[in-house]
Design a protein around this ligand. Structure first.
Ligand code: ARG
Length: 462
């Protein structure tokens, strides 16, 4: 049997060791220890500020908590399973350090509002860090885009060659996705940054606490208006996991493209040795492990979102121990998103080389300029649908003749329709096909150059 627990004298015997292990969260919620200490320091200050404890007691608690922090940082304080969770662990160590006054820390507080406070403080920090990593990722995308405005790459729909693109335009699509991720996290942050501290176990407290005071000390924007909601709300966790999942969707899509591009079938990029691995049996292999792992790790983040939604569904008010299950998914999602953003940024920065020669050939070897032939006729008065049908026939006969559109003689063009003139060749050259798509947000070089300027401006906003 383990040592008798922290809770009340109502209990006569200790927990069964297996149940103690089952119940304990210390193995993972130790991640929250510094936030727990910071939250408790604010609580101690408030207790003194409101006269619930004396100033001397408040100071003793504050500096005792600081000592716990230092001991933890120096590796001298490593709470074990007997502490159950990080909150009990800190309170117990504090009392060992400061003596009986340590037992006053938990006045007018419950672990329910405490754990909610800690988790929010943790997520706040992590959101800052993830947003910074998104900025790094976006910066690399713009850097590469800037060098590749006039590099052409086949564009696809249904994974069939559709229309050629500026490579910069393709990369800037991911910039925009990351921009939304960055903005979305700011929005999530506004709902993470609400203080549940002082909601007590569920109903508030009989002490004359000042919740706004602790909120201010801890830099929370607001306090929860309803104590039941405050201790049992995990919307902020669901929202965070949702934002994390969307980041992973974006990283996974880019990963999939890089994997395709690196294949022998596409040959659009070469993987550099610093970011690729070999096979243990096939000496010729160079594998895209980084994007594959990112694509694979996406699953666990989606899983944590699903788990959180299921944990909450049907949970009666207010706190229930089910809520202890929120943490591992949050921690793992945070760590996964950070690691994947970092790896993808490095991969883009130094692990990928675009094969310019191959790309230049790729955009000339297909019928991706067919729309431009139709547009050519439409611009000369032929109704678009009629032009579309004419070009469809041209593509069909060209395929049968083993030719591309650029191979047709001017007489052949003119037999197809008298509106065709010598400038058709220029109109269907890949460079012109891209340049001509100068509509706002299109792949035309003028648009893409402007998009790069806009992206740099967006990166300047903090
Ligand atoms: N370890 C608990 C958790 O993570 C702390 C809150 C415990 N509250 C309680 N009423 N048992 O949720």
């Amino acid at each position: 049997m383990t040592e008798k627990q922290t809770w009340s004298q109502r209990f006569e015997s200790a927990l069964h060791p297996a149940i103690a292990r089952f119940n304990a969260s210390i193995s993972f919620d130790i991640e929250l220890i510094e936030y727990d200490i910071t939250g408790s320091q604010a609580h101690a200050k408030m207790l003194a500020h409101t006269g619930i404890i004396s100033h001397a007691e408040g100071e003793a608690l504050f500096s005792g908590l600081e000592q716990v922090r230092q001991e933890y940082r120096q590796g001298q304080f490593q709470p074990g399973i007997d502490a159950e969770d990080v909150h009990f662990a800190v309170e117990k160590r504090l009392t060992e350090i400061v003596g009986d006054v340590g037992k006053k820390l938990h006045t007018a507080r419950s672990r329910n509002d405490q754990v909610g406070t800690d988790t929010r403080l943790y997520l706040r920090d992590q959101i800052h860090q993830i947003r910074q990593l998104l900025r790094d990722f976006q910066t690399v995308l713009v850097d590469i885009a800037e060098k590749n405005v006039e590099t052409l790459i086949p564009g696809y729909t249904h994974l069939q060659r559709a229309q050629p693109l500026s490579l910069a335009h393709h990369l800037l699509a991911y910039f925009q996705m990351a921009q939304r991720d960055w903005e979305r996290l700011a929005d999530v942050y506004s709902r993470v940054n609400i203080s549940p501290l002082g909601c007590g176990a569920l109903a508030g407290t009989t002490f004359p606490i000042d919740r706004h005071y602790t909120a201010k000390l801890l830099d929370f924007d607001h306090v929860y208006a309803n104590s039941l909601d405050g201790v049992s709300d995990r919307d902020f966790a669901i929202e965070f996991l949702c934002a994390a999942s969307i980041i992973m969707v974006h990283l996974s899509r880019l990963s999939e493209e890089v994997i395709l591009w690196a294949s022998e079938e596409f040959r659009f990029v070469t993987l550099k040795d610093s970011c690729a691995t070999g096979s243990s049996i096939m000496p010729q292999k160079k594998n895209p492990d980084v994007p594959e792992l990112v694509r694979g790790k996406t699953g666990r983040v989606f899983g944590h979102l699903q788990a959180m939604l299921v944990i909450m569904k049907g949970l009666p008010l207010a706190y229930n121990k089910d809520l202890q299950e929120d943490k591992e998914g949050i921690f793992d999602s945070v760590n996964t998103v950070k690691a994947c953003l970092e790896a993808m940024t490095i991969l883009l920065q130094e692990g990928l080389e675009f094969r310019h020669q191959r790309l230049a050939t790729a955009v000339t070897e297909d019928f991706a300029n067919a729309t431009d032939v139709a547009d050519y006729l439409a611009a000369r008065g032929v109704p678009f649908r009629e032009a579309y049908n004419i070009v469809g026939k041209v593509v069909k006969t060209s395929i049968a003749a083993g030719k591309l559109l650029k191979d047709l003689q001017l007489e052949e063009w003119q037999q197809i329709h008298p509106a065709f003139a010598a400038d058709i060749y220029e109109a269907i050259s890949p460079r012109q096909v891209v340049a001509a798509r100068n509509s706002y947000g299109g792949t035309g070089f003028v648009q893409v150059r402007q998009a790069i300027i806009n992206a740099r401006t967006q990166l300047g906003v903090s």
